[in-house]
Write a protein that binds this ligand. Sequence first.
Ligand code: SF4
Length: 458
Amino acid sequence: MIIDTHAHLDMEQFREDLPSVLARAMDAGIRYIITIGSDIGSSRAARDLAAAHEGVFFAAGFHPHDVKNATEADYAELKELLKDPKAVAVGEIGLDYHYDHSPRDTQREHFKRQLEIAREINKPVIIHSREAEADTMDIIASAGLPESGGTLHCFSGGPETAKRALEMGMCLSVGGTLTFNNSGALRDVIKTVPVEKLLLETDCPYLAPKPLRGKRNEPSYLKYVVETLAGLKGLSPEDVMRITSLNASLLFGICEPPKGGAIVYPIRDSLYLNITNRCTNACVFCVRNSTDFVKGHNLRIKTEPTAQEIISAMERADFTRYREVVFCGYGEPFLRLDVIKEVARAVKNRGVKVRINTNGHALLINGEKFLPELKGLVDAVSVSLNFPTEAEYKRYCRPKKQGAYNSLKEFVKQAKEYIPEVGVTALAMPGVDIEECRRIAEDELGVSLRVRKYDEVG
Ligand code: SF4
């Protein structure tokens, strides 16, 4: 499923063939579209389109180009439109200093006023900003966002703007411009933005993506943006669709996010197994503290699956698509050694590689002598060393067992005897001495180090 979070379906370019455009969108997996108002007339038209088409929602607001014409009567009508059950955002609103179709003072005044309306009704904002980054961000910072948040539509800003927006909890929306040959700087910025904060949009009929640049854009063309974003993020197109759709659902409340815990879930070309939500650490940065989701999958499980349930769930997966099966999920897999062994055996019978991502407390959990039981069942293990000192480990990982840091190192040393690939990871967290982590990994433990991004999980 894909959600196009920004389209202008009311525009004359779609007057002749909107039903065909929507049918092509459906065929391309675009399940929902938000059509956007830019003045009172187009906001009204957006509402009517949403009423007429099941998968279409709308945003209403006054674009900076048009604010010079917005009257008090228009504002009264805008507030009425925003009461519609299919009104999911206030937008598009903001500043445009490229064209200056409305005087800048007027733009700023109406931008603040519409932010205030959004805060009053707690609907997210869709913000247009062109050559006005500093003023846009300053106004958002001083006026305040609605609690439900917002997005910078058709993001074209630099790294500083992206950083400020993310710090304010905003999303960034990307579309056809991401695919253009001359958008290298934009792609560099988007590479640094967590995919959990990105939305997809066409801004159609404008900004058709690269192979169709110059043509009328339409929602079905989002597949080109999906492919570009997948390449940038090292994800599969399915990952990008799933994650950005969840992001849009959470921001705009368009559809229910996935419920229930996933036991078996794909990311890239790996199939992950979520076997427990328990852990012997309580890391301050643990994703479980802030969300139920990892790369678009809901991993919060109420009951732990049995080995047989996991094997049955795996049977439904297309193993030809996966390079490895990874015990990971939302907790420490070694808390369920018997399940690991039984499931790993089933995976090995299919000739697929088995990896375990672990906090390395396995010896403390299962005793000093269990490692030979993994021989032939597990091909790789990745251990979260995270920090170069025990003090930092205790401070940030908050282990529930005494001696966890040294036991982790011991586990790595011993695991090499029974598991072909053993490596450790460190967190690129501000202040962490990565070079010291590398020294410990290579010189002390005799394994390689992989550095993980602090704000990236899965
Ligand atoms: S070891 Fe992993 S699962 Fe456990 S608390 Fe830390 S981050 Fe969370």
